[in-house]
Design a protein around this ligand. Structure first.
Ligand code: SAH
Length: 213
């Protein structure tokens, strides 16, 4: 894709309209070709601000939600970030442009391998992937400066939050009755401070590694 692509300009404008004010986040979106992350048959919708189906019955998140979650993390370029739910790899690619290193866990091997191929194609060498159950975080690599869950947790994800450094920030969709709330957690010396951000809709966080695929 040659830049600036008119579809990309329109997407960035709609992100601004949706409350994304952080210029670094907008810049990272602008430099990430989303068409590479969606199945070919959805190529014409790659720059629409909507989620799309990917392999294994999963979804690539809506760009506005990706951008708002990234903005809520307040990333610094020295940060070590944990992502649960690699999926297409789109969110990881955006994080990788703003942080030092991204550790991303996915339970489907197929999705993880496809995402890895995209990272290689884009020259994103600061993303480390792993196939496994992200509901236990990534203990060998802990602690992290920032954590992002892109699948909805049934309750506060304490096992993962334990792997967050003091002063760190995590964002996660969490089930609350019939809805999901995007919650920001800040780890302070006195404990975890929780802030509800907005209502969201994510695929569920499922315990255990996927058997097939
Ligand atoms: N961040 C992704 C969104 C993918 S949807 C993107 O930008 O495309 C969420 C992903 O979380 C799915 O791929 C799903 O398989 C994965 N997932 C669900 N439960 C998981 C778990 N326990 N461990 C790791 N990945 C999980």
């Amino acid at each position: 894709m040659s830049f600036p692509d008119p579809r990309m300009i329109q997407l960035v404008m709609s992100l601004r309209g949706g409350g994304v004010t952080d210029k670094d986040v907008l810049g990272a979106v602008e430099r990430t070709p989303r068409n590479l992350f969606v199945p070919e048959r959805f190529g014409d919708q790659a720059y629409d601000d909507r989620p799309l189906p990917i392999d294994c019955g999963q979804t690539i998140s809506q760009p506005l939600i990706v951008a708002l979650m990234t903005q809520a993390l307040k990333l610094g370029d020295r940060d070590k970030v944990l992502e649960i739910g690699t999926g297409s790899g789109y969110q990881a690619a955006i994080l990788a442009k703003l942080a030092r290193r991204v550790y991303s866990v996915e339970r489907y091997r197929t999705l993880s391998k496809e995402a890895e191929a995209r990272f290689a194609e884009l020259g994103l060498s600061n993303i480390v992937t792993r196939v496994g159950d992200g509901s236990i975080g990534w203990p060998e690599q802990a602690p992290f400066d920032r954590v992002i869950l892109t699948a909805s947790a049934p309750e506060r994800p304490d096992a993962i939050l334990e792997q967050l450094k003091e002063g760190g920030i995590a964002v996660a969709p969490v089930d609350r009755g019939n809805t999901q709330i995007l919650v920001r957690y800040e780890k302070t010396a006195d404990g975890i401070v929780e802030t509800d951000l907005m209502t969201v809709r994510f695929v569920p966080l499922i315990k255990g590694e996927a058997r097939a695929l």
